[in-house]
Design a protein around this ligand. Structure first.
Ligand code: KG4
Ligand code: ZN
Length: 340
């Protein structure tokens, strides 16, 4: 039999992604984003995202095929994000994936978006070790997972956020600082040269007795809002760089502390950080420093594989195919609130 050539389709939020993976290797990808169309609304507008996916789908698939140097007929399997995500947005990518799978007569696999984020790292650093801790930090999720086999074993979900996701905190704080959407890159840019110790914003859920792997970021957002308000009320200039840097430091401190706690308690030596917030330079630097000190191997994919993309969905599809999983079939429905 021939080597599988897996097409992955991602459309859960504002990124339209197609990626092609064969035997664990990324052959090529295409990516379009409607982020700029949501900027004036301060967040993703589902109907706008869905329309943008519809317009971008075919051209972006063409780019992926061209980038990979393969023809559409070379695709042996199709994988698509079936959830979680914005329902209308997921529907467009899933419908595109069904069309391709049906027209080629090849199997279709529904993929959990978070499994995709986790698998993204394998495209850069190869197969995951026998066991690892994966910290997923995106616009919708903040999760610590204990992973053995990404597609075969049930994944042990150690903890999530009680309220805002880490990326959502970046987006909300960016909005209240007037820095725009998406907030992560905007805050990072604003934080350059800022003093991360200028403001000591709260680190929630780090006290003894707090649930060890559970996060909460809404209080941090409120603390930033109050700081800005009181400075404005006092007629003082708002030191945006210092606030942005101190906010980043507070988020990063909690994320890395909890991830390393999981590593220690499970007796593991590999930490993988994925998802849009893993693009954050302060997170990457602090995690590296603390992992080095603890003798832990840190794996973070390059930035283009941290944020949403089709390659990571193809990576899961490829693992499913090689693991002998049964396809989902063409009748698969979107599952906008899928749990891992
Ligand atoms: O994984 P992703 O592309 O989409 C979701 O599945 O949510 O993550 C998007 C999130 C957004 O909240 C965005 O503000 C955040 O990732 N993000 C960042 C950075 N780049 C993107 N957060 C912090 N620093 C960044 N450099
Ligand atoms: Zn994502």
């Amino acid at each position: 039999s021939t080597v599988p050539v897996v097409l992955g389709v991602e459309s859960s939020c504002d990124e339209t992604g197609f990626g092609i993976v064969s035997d664990g290797v990324l052959l090529g990808q295409g990516l379009a984003s409607s982020a700029s169309q949501h900027a004036e609304f301060g967040g993703v507008v589902p109907e706008i995202a869905a329309r943008a996916h519809l317009e971008a789908a075919v051209p972006t698939l063409r780019i992926a095929l061209h980038d990979a140097g393969v023809e559409l007929r070379d695709i042996t399997h199709v994988a698509a994000t079936s959830g979680p995500g914005l329902a209308t947005a997921v529907h467009v990518g899933l419908a595109a994936a069904k069309s391709v799978a049906w027209s080629l007569g090849v199997p279709l696999y529904g993929v959990h978006h978070l499994a995709g984020h986790a698998a993204a790292d394998t495209l850069e650093h190869g197969p995951l070790p026998a066991q690892s801790i994966i910290l997923i930090v995106s616009g919708g999720h903040t999760s610590i997972l204990h992973v053995k086999d990404l597609v075969a074993d049930p994944i042990e979900h150690l903890g999530d956020t009680l309220d805002d996701a880490a990326g959502e905190a970046f987006d909300k704080v960016s909005r209240l600082l007037g820095l725009g959407y998406p907030g992560g890159p905007a805050i990072s840019k604003a934080a350059v040269g800022g003093d991360p110790e200028a403001f000591s914003f709260p680190r929630a859920m780090l006290r003894p007795g707090d649930q060890p792997y559970v996060f909460s970021f809404s209080g941090l957002k409120t603390a930033v809002a109050r700081t800005v308000e009181s400075l404005e009320r006092a007629g003082e200039e708002v030191p945006v760089a210092d606030i942005a840097a101190s906010f980043e430091q507070a988020v990063v401190d909690v994320l890395v502390t909890k991830a390393l706690r999981a590593i220690e308690e499970k007796g593991l030596d590999t930490l993988v950080i994925v998802g849009g917030v893993a693009a954050n330079q302060r997170l990457r630097a602090v995690a590296q420093e603390r992992c080095d000190a603890a003798g832990v191997e840190l794996r973070i994919p390059p930035i283009r594989l941290c944020t949403d993309n089709g390659a990571m969905i193809a990576a899961v599809g490829d693992l499913l195919v090689r693991g002998g999983a049964s396809p989902s079939g063409l009748q698969i429905a979107a599952d906008p609130s899928a749990v891992l």
